[in-house]
Design a protein around this ligand. Structure first.
Ligand code: AMP
Ligand code: ZN
Length: 195
């Protein structure tokens, strides 16, 4: 099966070696240009390739590779990450936000996406980008915390299921419109932005 980067693997493959692209977030956590805030447990950075007008990543200082390696002992940390994300989103009262995780992330170091649902960004280019935020491939922070609480870990989505979501048809996330293609979708979603 062809692997596309949005679901290459961050749990069952060996850890990426120093300098590997998958480790870019760890470098970015130290980049003053991207840093938004930090505390004793987490760092918040701006996503380097934002897929919306506001797109932040909340990362733990502890070296946790991904949601696929979190365990019961990380429950409080995930709750804290969500609370940091919620407070950040509240600073943009004119926008709706979604807080969550890609089912199978690309980049190493656990990261919570805090993203405004305008999805109005030149970096959002492909159907896979769109579907990764607007299909069940994107798992809300609350849903991940519930699964962790119930099962003590997060079950990995199968490649078949990932493909079905990521390559599925384009749909508007706010109404029943079925855009013909990405340019059509990108035009359409502007109609949902309230300024
Ligand atoms: P995921 O698919 O959940 O692993 O998402 C990784 C996110 O990291 C994407 O939204 C990328 O745009 C973003 N990203 C990739 N490389 C970097 C980097 N070096 N610094 C900051 N953000 C990055
Ligand atoms: Zn719509």
């Amino acid at each position: 099966m062809k692997k596309h980067r949005l679901h290459s693997n961050t749990s069952s493959e060996p850890p990426a070696k120093k300098g590997h692209w998958a480790l870019g977030l760890v470098d970015s956590m130290k980049d003053p240009e991207l840093l938004v805030e930090d505390d004793d447990k987490v760092v918040v950075i701006k996503d380097k390739f934002p897929k919306a007008e506001f797109h932040y990543l909340v990362l733990p200082k502890e070296d946790i590779p991904s949601i696929l390696t979190v365990r019961k002992e990380h429950e409080d940390l995930l709750k804290h990450m969500e609370s940091v994300g919620t407070n950040l989103a509240a600073k943009h009262p004119h926008r709706e936000f979604q807080l969550g995780y890609h089912s199978v992330p690309n980049m190493q170091r656990l990261h919570l996406h805090v993203i405004s649902t305008d999805f109005n960004s030149t970096c959002l280019k492909t159907k896979v980008h769109w579907n990764s935020y607007t299909s069940p491939f994107f798992r809300s922070s609350q849903d991940i915390r519930r699964e962790l609480n119930e099962n003590g870990k997060i079950k990995k989505m199968s490649c078949e299921e990932c493909d079905a979501y990521l390559k599925g048809p384009l749909k508007c996330h706010k109404c029943s419109t079925i855009p013909k293609n990405m340019p059509d979708l990108k035009r359409h979603i502007l109609s949902h932005i309230k300024n």
